[in-house]
Design a binder for this molecule. Structure first.
Ligand code: C2E
Ligand code: CA
Ligand code: CA
Length: 680
């Protein structure tokens, strides 16, 4: 504790309790002192009262003795001259005188108001009393005639001895002695009262005041602590609420997160009213490419825009949650059919983000919540499986969960694992499908189409394993594996002098966006020894993107600069605007077989003519896919289409079969015919 100095420089210790726990001991000590003082005072009071009684008794006895002596004299006066007098009264008075004298003696001895000797031995009072008594006794014993003389003698003894005065003096002395004692007693009482007061004052000053100060200061600090505590409690409450919000919401979209969703599902699990509710897991199909192409800021903005769009698709009491990167969950009791339609419709239009239009597709996996036995996590896992299937089957689809999907997913995952080994072990084969010049029926080139000779499942076509490869991110390695062996085989045919090959290689969007595309492709081309004009790369519409600054565009430009011809595959099926045709360095387009198949239907014909006219305008050459008979070939030729490809000219063939086909047909004029040998 710090010492304080007042103005006089006197050291003043703040009257605060240094050890409040000793307060009780201090109080007990002070109480004991006060109690002792009270007891002492009580004892003294009692003694004083007793002394007072004794003094009164002593005074009374002295006065009684005086009265008895006077009675003796008065009665003796009456007995003088009487012949036979009754001495009874006289003797009684003498007896009273004697008894009171004994009383005075006893009282004085026990009270010790003054010297005991006063009444004993040779003290004058004692002697005077004895003298007076003997005179009285003489008078009583004397014959009547001697009474006169003895009466005088008795009076003289009484007068001369001054017994009366002495007895009165004793009463006065007793009274004076008691008064002196009473004065001393009062002084003592005052001192004790003062001492008690001082103790009480000390108690107040050194116990209660410090205690009060301590209590006040403790209360002050307690009040402050309470206020601080309340403030930090409020702060904590706010922080908790914020934390609660953060923990349960996705920071980007502000939607409830996975944890929140699970809690919500747990809460409605046993509610019969939610039996007909559905959980829809919505995954954006090409979100990764949006991030890669436009950057993460655009990706984030797109997710926010999608979250708003999805919220508008459901009623306010239905839940929309953001459960992961590009996945959202909707919980609704609306019929799936309508809700799904509405979701697809709302996502159909490209999103406008910072002046750029970003197209986005979504797939939906949905599951009914109704089965109350099902666990929350199972529900989400089931929806996830359904979503995987929707994505694997090309995206922009909705898939309801069915039990068999779980097994199918397992086998798809196995397929993905097998595919990794297959690429390494050379189980992936390039097959070749001839492309024929429609004008003269000469072999133009061949499209390379991948096949997988699976050790246990046999020959697998792309529709079985490509979606799995795409999902597993294996497309880049797969394409390069196919390209390498196709280029090596082509070089072999060239070296054999069978044919100067031109091969069309399919490229997945991932392959075109690969930063090492040019390096890997040019190396393979160089190793094969083929010229750049002997290779065509077919890109899909989905590879086309807005703007020119992304990796895919750069790669496409680089390929074109290297003299590689680029063709836009499946033209006529997608939504890419025709203006894209002018923005990319394309050499040609491949007319999708959905446009070729209906020919010579007039409606299809007018579309084909329009496309061919446009291509002609832009200087693009056109390859028609799916030419299955000669009529289609002739029709397309008449409309100005340069090249035809399809079962009518030849099915995709494995290398050996194609080698054989080449030796028969490479130099021949080919004509599309349905009956041509079908190999695949
Ligand atoms: P695509 O590039 O449009 O290839 C043409 C598809 O049409 C081939 O199917 C081919 O067998 C089939 N086809 C050709 N002519 C006819 C016809 O007259 N009638 C009918 N009905 N079909 C015909 P395939 O080989 O099953 O390939 C399917 C798709 O897989 C290809 O479509 C292509 O997008 C993809 N693909 C194939 N090989 C590769 C590859 O090595 N890399 C990449 N990235 N994709 C490939
Ligand atoms: Ca193709
Ligand atoms: Ca195609």
């Amino acid at each position: 504790m710090r010492w304080k100095y007042n103005l006089l420089g006197v050291v003043k210790r703040p009257l605060l309790l240094r050890k409040p726990e000793r307060l009780w001991a201090h109080y007990c000590f002070a109480l004991m002192i006060v109690l002792c003082l009270i007891i002492i005072s009580y004892v003294q009071n009692r003694a004083m009262v007793d002394r007072g009684l004794l003094a009164a008794e002593a005074i009374r006895s002295s006065n009684e003795q005086v009265l008895a002596a006077q009675d003796i004299i008065v009665i003796s006066d009456g007995l003088v001259g009487a012949d036979a007098a009754d001495l009874t009264e006289f003797n009684k008075a003498v007896f009273r005188f004697e008894t009171t004298y004994a009383d005075v003696q006893t009282t004085q001895r026990s009270s010790q108001f003054f010297d005991d000797d006063l009444f004993f031995a040779n003290h004058p009072l004692h002697l005077k009393t004895v003298w007076f008594l003997s005179a009285a006794r003489q008078f009583a014993a004397a014959s009547p005639d001697r009474r006169f003389g003895l009466n005088l003698h008795l009076k003289q003894v009484y007068q001369r001895s001054g017994l009366n005065d002495d007895l009165l003096a004793i009463a006065n002395m007793t009274s004076a002695s008691f008064k002196a004692e009473a004065t001393r007693f009062r002084t003592k009482q005052k001192v004790m009262l003062l001492a008690s007061g001082l103790v009480l004052l000390a108690e107040a000053l050194f116990i209660f005041r410090p205690a009060q100060l301590s209590v006040v200061s403790s209360m002050k600090s307690m009040r402050k602590t309470t206020n601080d505590l309340r403030a930090s409690q409020n702060k904590l409450k706010n922080m908790n609420a914020q934390l609660e919000h953060i923990v349960r919401h996705d920071p980007l979209t502000g939607l409830p997160n996975r944890r929140s969703l699970i809690e919500y599902l747990d809460s409605i699990k046993f509610d019969k009213r939610t039996d007909d509710w559905n959980l829809l897991l919505i995954g954006l199909d090409n979100f990764k490419s949006v991030n890669d192409t436009f950057g993460h800021d655009y990706g984030d903005a797109l997710l926010i825009a999608v979250s708003h769009t999805l919220k508008r698709c459901v009623d306010y009491e239905h839940l929309v949650a953001h459960v992961g990167g590009d996945e959202f969950v909707l919980i609704s009791n609306e019929a799936n059919e309508y809700l799904i339609k509405r979701i697809f419709a709302s996502l159909n239009e490209p999103f406008e983000i910072s002046g750029r239009r970003i197209p986005i597709n979504a797939s939906i996996g949905h599951v009914a919540i109704g089965d109350s036995i099902r666990q929350t996590n199972d529900l989400l896992a089931d929806a996830e499986i359904a979503l995987q299937f929707a994505k694997n089957s090309g995206g922009k689809k909705a898939q309801a969960f069915q039990q068999h999907l779980r097994d199918d997913l397992g086998s798809m995952q196995q397929l993905q694992l097998d595919l990794i080994d297959a690429i390494r072990n050379g189980e992936i084969e390039p097959w070749f499908q001839p492309q024929v010049r429609l004008a003269d029926g000469r072999l133009h080139g061949a499209e390379v189409l991948v096949r997988w000779r699976h050790p246990t499942r046999g020959l697998l076509t792309p529709d079985i394993f490509l979606p799995a490869a795409e999902r597993a991110g294996l497309m880049v390695d797969l394409d390069h594996a196919v390209w390498r062996s196709a280029m090596d085989l082509a070089r072999g045919w060239q070296d054999a002098g069978v044919w100067r090959p031109v091969i069309s290689l399919n490229a997945a969007p991932d392959t075109i966006s690969d930063p090492y595309l040019i390096e890997r492709f040019l190396r393979a081309l160089q190793l094969s020894g083929l010229e750049a004009d002997q290779v065509v790369i077919e890109v899909l519409e989905t590879t086309l993107i807005n703007g020119k600054d992304d990796l895919a565009s750069i790669n496409i430009d680089s390929l074109a600069e290297c003299g590689i011809a680029l063709e836009l595959d499946d033209f006529g099926t997608g939504y890419a605007s025709l203006s894209k045709l002018t923005q990319l360095p394309l050499a040609g387009i491949k007319l999708d077989r959905s446009l070729v198949a209906p020919l010579p239907d007039p409606a299809a014909d007018s579309v084909v003519r329009a496309i061919l006219a446009l291509a002609g305008e832009l200087g693009l050459h056109v390859v028609a896919e799916g030419v299955e008979d000669n009529a289609q070939a002739v029709h397309l030729d008449e409309r100005g289409c340069c090249v035809g490809q399809g079962y009518g000219f030849g099915r995709p063939m494995p290398p050996a079969a194609f080698t054989a086909w080449l030796s028969d047909n490479a130099k021949r004029m080919l004509k599309a015919a349905p009956e041509i040998a079908r190999i695949a």
